[in-house]
Design a protein. Structure first.
Length: 104
Protein backbone atom coordinates (compact mmCIF):
# COMPACT_ATOMS: atom_id res chain seq x y z
CA UNK A 1 0.00 0.00 0.00
CA UNK A 2 1.29 3.43 -0.92
CA UNK A 3 1.14 5.93 1.89
CA UNK A 4 0.80 9.65 1.47
CA UNK A 5 1.30 12.49 3.87
CA UNK A 6 -1.45 14.36 5.62
CA UNK A 7 -2.32 17.61 3.84
CA UNK A 8 -1.72 20.67 5.99
CA UNK A 9 -1.47 24.42 5.68
CA UNK A 10 -1.49 26.02 2.25
CA UNK A 11 -1.45 22.67 0.42
CA UNK A 12 -4.61 21.57 2.21
CA UNK A 13 -6.34 24.90 1.64
CA UNK A 14 -5.50 24.87 -2.07
CA UNK A 15 -6.73 21.29 -2.49
CA UNK A 16 -10.01 21.98 -0.67
CA UNK A 17 -10.64 25.22 -2.56
CA UNK A 18 -10.70 23.16 -5.76
CA UNK A 19 -13.52 21.02 -4.29
CA UNK A 20 -16.37 23.47 -3.94
CA UNK A 21 -18.98 20.92 -2.84
CA UNK A 22 -16.84 19.53 0.01
CA UNK A 23 -16.60 20.91 3.54
CA UNK A 24 -14.44 20.25 6.56
CA UNK A 25 -15.98 17.95 9.15
CA UNK A 26 -16.31 19.74 12.46
CA UNK A 27 -14.18 18.11 15.16
CA UNK A 28 -12.32 15.78 12.76
CA UNK A 29 -9.58 16.02 10.18
CA UNK A 30 -11.92 14.89 7.40
CA UNK A 31 -14.02 16.29 4.56
CA UNK A 32 -17.66 15.64 3.74
CA UNK A 33 -20.24 16.07 1.05
CA UNK A 34 -24.03 15.73 1.15
CA UNK A 35 -25.76 14.64 -2.05
CA UNK A 36 -29.36 14.19 -3.07
CA UNK A 37 -30.76 12.19 -5.99
CA UNK A 38 -34.23 11.72 -7.51
CA UNK A 39 -34.85 8.48 -5.63
CA UNK A 40 -33.29 5.53 -3.85
CA UNK A 41 -32.37 3.72 -7.07
CA UNK A 42 -30.39 6.70 -8.36
CA UNK A 43 -28.63 7.14 -5.01
CA UNK A 44 -27.76 3.46 -4.82
CA UNK A 45 -26.53 3.40 -8.43
CA UNK A 46 -24.23 6.31 -7.61
CA UNK A 47 -22.93 4.53 -4.50
CA UNK A 48 -22.27 1.39 -6.53
CA UNK A 49 -20.21 3.32 -9.07
CA UNK A 50 -18.26 5.03 -6.27
CA UNK A 51 -17.66 1.65 -4.63
CA UNK A 52 -15.96 0.31 -7.76
CA UNK A 53 -13.71 3.38 -8.02
CA UNK A 54 -12.89 3.32 -4.30
CA UNK A 55 -11.99 -0.37 -4.49
CA UNK A 56 -9.54 0.21 -7.36
CA UNK A 57 -7.98 3.05 -5.35
CA UNK A 58 -7.95 0.91 -2.18
CA UNK A 59 -9.38 3.95 -0.40
CA UNK A 60 -12.89 3.64 0.95
CA UNK A 61 -15.32 6.33 2.09
CA UNK A 62 -17.39 6.45 5.22
CA UNK A 63 -20.91 6.95 3.96
CA UNK A 64 -24.55 6.92 4.92
CA UNK A 65 -27.61 6.52 2.75
CA UNK A 66 -31.25 7.24 3.51
CA UNK A 67 -33.55 6.94 0.52
CA UNK A 68 -32.37 9.62 -1.97
CA UNK A 69 -29.67 11.15 0.27
CA UNK A 70 -26.01 10.17 0.49
CA UNK A 71 -23.57 11.61 3.01
CA UNK A 72 -19.88 10.90 2.36
CA UNK A 73 -16.92 11.44 4.68
CA UNK A 74 -13.34 11.09 3.50
CA UNK A 75 -10.23 10.82 5.68
CA UNK A 76 -7.04 8.77 5.53
CA UNK A 77 -6.91 6.76 8.72
CA UNK A 78 -3.25 5.84 8.25
CA UNK A 79 -2.20 9.51 8.45
CA UNK A 80 -4.99 10.60 10.81
CA UNK A 81 -6.34 13.21 8.43
CA UNK A 82 -6.98 14.36 4.90
CA UNK A 83 -4.43 13.28 2.31
CA UNK A 84 -4.07 13.55 -1.44
CA UNK A 85 -5.88 10.18 -1.69
CA UNK A 86 -8.98 11.84 -0.22
CA UNK A 87 -8.73 14.69 -2.69
CA UNK A 88 -8.36 12.27 -5.60
CA UNK A 89 -11.36 10.23 -4.47
CA UNK A 90 -13.41 13.39 -3.88
CA UNK A 91 -12.74 14.46 -7.49
CA UNK A 92 -13.92 11.07 -8.74
CA UNK A 93 -17.00 11.26 -6.51
CA UNK A 94 -17.79 14.70 -7.93
CA UNK A 95 -17.44 13.37 -11.48
CA UNK A 96 -19.72 10.41 -10.73
CA UNK A 97 -22.24 12.62 -8.93
CA UNK A 98 -22.56 14.73 -12.07
CA UNK A 99 -22.80 11.66 -14.30
CA UNK A 100 -25.48 10.12 -12.07
CA UNK A 101 -27.64 13.25 -11.93
CA UNK A 102 -27.05 14.43 -8.38
CA UNK A 103 -29.41 17.25 -7.45
CA UNK A 104 -27.08 18.69 -4.84
Amino acid sequence: MVTTARLEGAAREKALNALSAWQNVQGRDAIERHLRFNDFSAAFAFMTRVAFVAETMNHHPEWFNVWSKVHIILTSHDVNGVSSRDIDLAREIDRLANACGALS
